[in-house]
Structure formats: structure tokens, C-alpha cells
Design a protein around this ligand. Sequence first.
Ligand SMILES: Cc1cc2nc3c(=O)[nH]c(=O)nc-3n(C[C@H](O)[C@H](O)[C@H](O)COP(=O)(O)OP(=O)(O)OC[C@H]3O[C@@H](n4cnc5c(N)ncnc54)[C@H](O)[C@@H]3O)c2cc1C
Length: 497
Amino acid sequence: MAQDLIRPWSDEYTDYLRDESRRVGTADFIAFPATEAEVIEVINEARARGVAITTQGARTGLVAGAVPYGGLVLNLSRMNKIGEIGNDDSGHSLTVQPGATLADIRKVVEAQGLFFPPDPTETSCSIGGMAAANASGALTFSYGSTRNWVQSLRMALSDGSMLSLARGESHASGRSFSLATEDGRVISGQLPSYTQPNVKSAAGYFVADDMDMLALFIGMEGTLGVVTEIELRLIPKPKAINGLTIFLPSEEAALKFVRFARGIASRPVAIEYFNHDALNLLRGMKSDNPAFVEIPVLKPHYHTAVYIEFHGDSDEALEEAVMQVMDAIMEIGGSDEDTWYAVNSRELEPLKAFRHATPEAVNLLIDERKRSNPDLTKLGTDMSVPDDSLEAAMDMYNAGLKENGLESVIFGHIGNNHVHVNILPRDMEEYERGKSLYLSWAKRVVEMGGSVSAEHGIGKLKAPFLKMMYNDEDIEQMRELKMLFDPDGRLNPGNLF
Ligand SMILES: Cc1cc2nc3c(=O)[nH]c(=O)nc-3n(C[C@H](O)[C@H](O)[C@H](O)COP(=O)(O)OP(=O)(O)OC[C@H]3O[C@@H](n4cnc5c(N)ncnc54)[C@H](O)[C@@H]3O)c2cc1C
């Protein structure tokens, strides 16, 4: 009975009012369905009661997408079954419920010598959240985002009907599309007419001429339906993985190295960046907080770091690329002594801990500052620019931060010209100054042909930025598309629009 599934709100659910954006919402009911049938029951009951639904995975999102604006929280964490790995002519696949975490999926997949590449750093996230946000990460440089790795999905719509989509089965004709739900209802209409920038982007609905319609629903931020099942594409685990964390004497040297690394014939799978302030923040955390003990010692002269990873069939096959990297490092001012080199998963662990520790350290610092200033949050950018604008974007960030006297760290997926500038305000006056600076950057990034959100999505936090990237007509077309699938605007109100 749906009435039994839907619980009235009480204080024991307070955690479900927030996600990793640290934004706090409100709600009147909560449900924890364990099956697709229960999801449909809950949706139908919410419709009967006339309440909005906010879908939640693991609430690791950074843009308040899973933060409820009243109504019912549909939390899918109990819907976490992982099926058996299948193998047919098209390769290996795995069907999972949306609440399964990336960490649990990886365990199952890796035990069979297989690999699921999307890696949004925070492995406690759910696969439903990854699909809804089209999550990406360091390995996106070579393997692409979650969209590339979903073979099919099942989705409950706001009228309780089910839509099932498999790769290659339904294509748009130009920008027109027609899809049938399992109970035979036909949903047809037009995709928005805008062209997306030619950069890594998770801003607004993904649309293209003649597109595979499956792609629209990966990255829709829960605004079109509730994903109830996902089939993932798997590939054999690379036989050899080499990772190098390279410490260089300046930011200039690091950017020079990034340009070089992109051109290596054996293409790296990841190129990540950590500026001087990020290294200093980690140094501080390592000495003060036992949770950061796993991070290797950062010597005082380490200025800026670049992490680069290679995948291949054998260490020998990667040797040439690693040698090229070492030669380039020497020329640019680094040394083998100032390079951490890992050739297997165990040796890679501390390097990965280092990468994950940076956003964690930022969150801890802000939580500390929030004690005296509860309204304070970090201001975290997530913007990408075209290849030829990388240096201009970095100059713009550094100059703005210096002029405004703001504390910050810069880190992230520099291979995709996509870094996260995290402004760390000490008080509300700095917060306001940082916000204006962020808005001015976003305007400039759009002018450069970049995206206001490369991977975290728009959610509720970044809705004002969407309006910088798309004009009123584009946004109206997005809204019209949502109305075709969710005519009452019941799903995830506040996300995107
Ligand atoms: C330390 C840290 C590092 C991170 N690094 C990265 C990174 O490198 N790359 C990156 O892309 N992200 C990163 N993230 C953000 C986050 O982990 C990802 O966006 C992740 O995919 C969110 O998954 P989730 O299960 O937590 O989703 P939630 O936060 O619960 O939800 C995210 C969005 O998806 C919707 N949603 C969730 N499940 C479903 C479903 N089944 N059906 C429909 N809609 C649904 C929600 O309504 C919401 O809009 C990071 C987060 C943290 C805390």
C-alpha cells in the first residue's frame, strides 16, 4: 500500500533535507521504495495528493539537485540491487537498481576483471544519481562521461507510466521525436533547437540532430522521470595502469606540461591539476586531521601538481609514454625525485586518496567556518573552456582572486580545460564579493565558448548560470520539453528552471 510507503516528515529524516552542496530544503513526506513497483505506487499516491517529488540517490551532488523544495522526498538508497554480469556479442553488461553505489558496483565488476570507467571522485554516489547528472571525472578525458556507458534504462514518469529506452532503438528525426510508454501512450514533440558548446558540458538538456533518445535522459537531473533500472556497459580492466603525480616549480610550468601531455601519442586517460593553494590546504589538513593521514608527505618546495594516468595492455606498452613524460618533466623544471610513480592499483591508492582529499578538505574548512557564519558556503566553479582558452581562463581566475583578496584553491580536470575554482570566503562580505566575481567569470567563459557547468549539472544552485548560457527562447524550449514528460511540473521542482 502506497500509504504505508509514504511516511509523514519527522526530525529523524533531517539529513535527507540536504546534499553535499550544504543547501538545506524542506519536505512534508518521505518514501524509501525498494522496487520499481513501489516507486510507481509512490508516484501515483503523490499525484493523488497533489505533492511535488524530489528524487534522491546518495545525496553527494554539489548543486542541490536532491534538496527538496517541499512535498515528498523519494529516496532510492534501498533500491540497490546489483544483477549478474551478462556477456553477449556486444560485450559485457550489468543491470543495476538506481540506488546501488559506485563503490559496490566497482567491487562486483572488478572481481570479474572488468571495468566501468566513469569516476566522479566520490564513490559513495549512486548510479541513478550518476545517470541523472551524467557524472564524469578524471577518466572522462579519455573514456567520456556516464552517458557513454549506459546501454539502457527504465524510467517512471510522473503519471506512473514506464518508459524503457535502449541504445540504438529510438532516434530523433532532426529535432522531432516520438516515444511510446509501456502502456502505449505516445509522447512526441520537439527537442530544443540550440547547439551546445563544443566543450565538456552538463548544462541543460543534452540535445542534437537525429540523436539517440537514450542520451536525452542521461543528464536530465531528475526533471523528466525517475530512473528505476540501468544497464551499464563494461569493458575488460586495463592490464596495466601507470599513474604519475608530478610536482612542478610553478603554475606556468604545470600548464606547459599539460599542453605537452595532451599531445603524447599514447593518449593519457586522465590529466588532473592541483594549484599551490590546494597543496597548502592539504599540507595543513595532513598535519591537523588524522583523516588525512593516507596522503603522502608534500615536500615544502612542491608548488603545483599535475596527475597523469595511462592505461594499456602491459607496462612495457606504456614505457615509451612514461619515458616521454619524464623527459618533458626535466625540461620543464621538475625531476624524478619530485614525481610519485605508481604501476599497480595498490600503489595508485595514495595518489587517488590525494585527489579525493582536495574537495573533502575544502568541505571541512567551510564546515568549520560555518560554525560562526551559518549562511556561509564555498563558491565552487565547474566551468570548462575550449582548448585555446585554457591559459586565458586561468589568468582570469588568478587575477580576479588576487584583486579581490579572496582565499581559494584551484584543482580538477585540466585535461578537459575544466578546473574547479573553490573560493573560500571567511565572512559574508567576502562571500558576496566572491559571488560577483564568479558571475563575471561565468559571463566571460560563455563568451569564450565554454560551459557554466562541465560536470556537476545545474540543480538549484546554478539555475542563474543557465540563463547566461542560453537565451529566453532556449530555456522556454527546455521547459516545454519537460512539460511533455511531466505536465504538472511535479518532478524535482527548482532544478534547472
Ligand atoms: C568530494 C566530491 C567529489 C565529487 N567529484 C565529482 C566529479 O569529479 N565529477 C562529477 O561529475 N561529480 C562529482 N561530484 C558530485 C556527485 O558525486 C555526482 O554528481 C554524483 O553523480 C551524484 O550522485 P548521487 O547518487 O549522490 O546523486 P544525488 O546527489 O542524490 O542526486 C543528484 C541529482 O540526480 C537526481 N537523481 C538521483 N537519482 C535519480 C534517479 N534514480 N532518477 C532520477 N533522478 C535522480 C537527483 O534528483 C539530483 O537532481 C563530487 C561530489 C563530492 C562530494
